[in-house]
Ligand binder design. Structure first.
Ligand code: FAD
Ligand code: SF4
Length: 461
């Protein structure tokens, strides 16, 4: 095999996996990982590092894989990342570290994500995890939300010696890693729960079923509960809808609700009682990762599944790998198509969706060509389920119950990128709550920056 080509990764056969929830990608074994690691030329000015929002020393850990020193490789990764087995599976590496890899100029970039996943899985199998701090600072910090931003911030603060408690609204920690991203991309018991346990082993306490803004306010945490700083990593869990007629019909879901029922409440398992609509013909409206996840979930539950997206394939915002996997599994892509109305029967159940065909015009403010309706192109799709995957925004509960916390017009908390500082003293924020829906690694990068910011603030107090 040419050194310009990456070592292929083994995957479940598309025909078989389209009917199960087992993980699609098997990852590298040690032999494959070593062969891939050899492709890394250990650049002096390693551009890949600048592409990683948590700054993993990528060439250093890859050199350890080459030597067969997998535990040493893990220690290097764990120094920077609290969730490497998660990131190795779901990060959009093609637009981050791998997008900057020098090998990518004349061939395939080094498969940094798959190497990270191999190391993290190996460490998990061998019971190796990051060590807690020996020195304690005697200062308490509260973290709101146990998603990637909160877990990273909490883990880093615990490593610095702070006494950290995460308050999580749901009955289990993990945020979108647990309730959003499906099992077949990110196994919950085998991967997510294990990496959260590693954060807890650093000394982080997690209290579930605490809705900050209802059970307790940020001000109470600071003034009555003895916390000297708070990090808000409460995500962006409020789904958006199109505002077209029929959207409140039976059989219309937000992707969030649909995926939560399936992932967190295990609706896909026969031994669980959670109800889920196993549609016969499902349309998922949207073209991002969330849309791909909802479509591939509906397909696995037995439906003929369509992605309905108003622009063309080139503008699909989902990762290329997810689009490729969805197509392989049999999801139908209805591109340049936009819904105008959801049709129902006399009982209010979905029977179809009226759509129009679109064409691309001049670029809009986002730089993408603006979709325009083709006059007279209206047609009807027969359906029994519609899933809206149009993005999410932050829930305003925390901002509306915290005096002095500034938000922007999208209800995102205003925080400084370099240290997470908000308009309220002692309160820091990061992740989707600040940026709106983004990525796991950007949320982790923000959690990391805020941990540093909080440390500087508390050290100067
Ligand atoms: C279906 C889906 C697929 C995705 N796929 C990918 C992917 O492949 N790759 C990728 O990089 N990104 C992906 N993303 C995006 C990514 O998961 C998010 O950007 C990331 O999880 C944001 O992390 P966060 O910690 O800011 O928020 P979240 O993960 O949303 O975590 C926030 C946590 O805060 C809790 N919370 C909220 N309000 C309160 C409150 N008042 N009190 C206490 N707790 C509260 C929530 O319950 C939640 O647990 C996907 C998102 C979705 C929905
Ligand atoms: S840029 Fe690519 S080849 Fe260079 S050190 Fe990073 S991973 Fe290795």
């Amino acid at each position: 095999m040419s050194v310009l080509e990456k070592i292929p990764v083994r995957e479940q056969d598309p025909k078989i996996r389209a009917a199960n929830f087992e993980e699609v990608c098997y990852g590298y074994n040690q032999e494959e990982a070593t062969a891939e690691a050899i492709r890394c030329i250990n650049c002096k000015n390693a551009k890949c590092i600048s592409g990683c929002p948590v700054g993993i020393n990528i060439p250093a850990f890859i050199q350890e894989i080459k030597k067969g020193e997998i535990e040493a490789a893990y220690r290097i990764i764990a120094d920077a990342s609290a969730l490497p087995a998660v990131c190795g599976r779901v990060c959009p590496q093609e637009s981050q570290c791998e997008g900057k890899c020098i090998r990518g100029i004349k061939g395939d970039a080094v498969s940094i994500g798959k190497l990270e996943r191999f190391v993290a899985d190996w460490a998990m199998e061998h019971g190796i995890c990051a060590s807690p701090s020996a020195e304690k600072k005697g200062k308490k910090v509260a973290v709101v939300g146990a998603g990637p931003a909160g877990l990273t911030c909490a883990g880093d603060l615990a490593k610095m010696g702070y006494d950290v408690t995460i308050f999580e609204a749901l009955h289990q920690p993990g945020g979108v890693l647990l309730y959003g991203i499906p099992e077949f991309r990110l196994p919950k018991d085998k991967i997510v729960k294990k990496e959260i346990e590693n954060v807890q082993k650093l000394g982080v306490k997690i209290e579930c079923n605490v809705v900050v803004g209802r059970s307790v306010t940020i001000d109470q945490l600071l003034s009555e509960e003895g916390f000297e700083a708070v990090f808000i990593g409460s995500g962006a869990g409020l789904p958006k809808f199109m505002g077209i007629p029929g959207e409140s019909a039976n059989g219309v879901f937000s992707a969030n609700e649909y995926l939560t029922r399936n992932n967190l409440m295990k609706a896909f398992r026969d031994d669980y009682d959670t109800p889920i609509v196993r549609g016969k013909k499902v349309a998922v409206v949207g073209g991002g990762n969330v849309a791909m996840d909802a479509a591939r979930t509906a397909l696995r539950l037995g439906a003929e599944t369509h992605i309905v997206y108003r622009r063309s394939e080139a503008e699909l915002p989902a990762r290329l790998e997810e689009i490729h996997h969805a197509k392989e599994e049999g999801v139908v892509f209805d591109l340049l198509t936009n819904p105008t109305e959801i049709l129902t029967d006399e009982k209010g159940n979905v029977t179809g969706m009226t759509c129009v065909r679109m064409e691309l015009g001049e670029p809009d403010a986002s730089g993408r060509r603006r979709p325009q309706v083709i006059p007279g192109s209206e047609f009807t799709m027969e359906l029994d389920t519609v899933i809206m995957a149009l993005g999410t925004s932050p829930n305003p509960l925390i901002s509306s119950t915290t005096e002095g916390l500034d938000v922007n017009k999208w209800k995102c908390i205003v925080a400084r990128e370099e240290n997470g500082e908000t308009s309220k003293e002692g309160v820091y924020a990061g992740g989707d709550a600040v940026t709106g829906a983004a990525t796991v690694i950007l949320a982790m990068g923000a959690g990391k920056a805020a941990a540093k910011g909080i440390d500087e603030y508390l050290s100067s107090k």
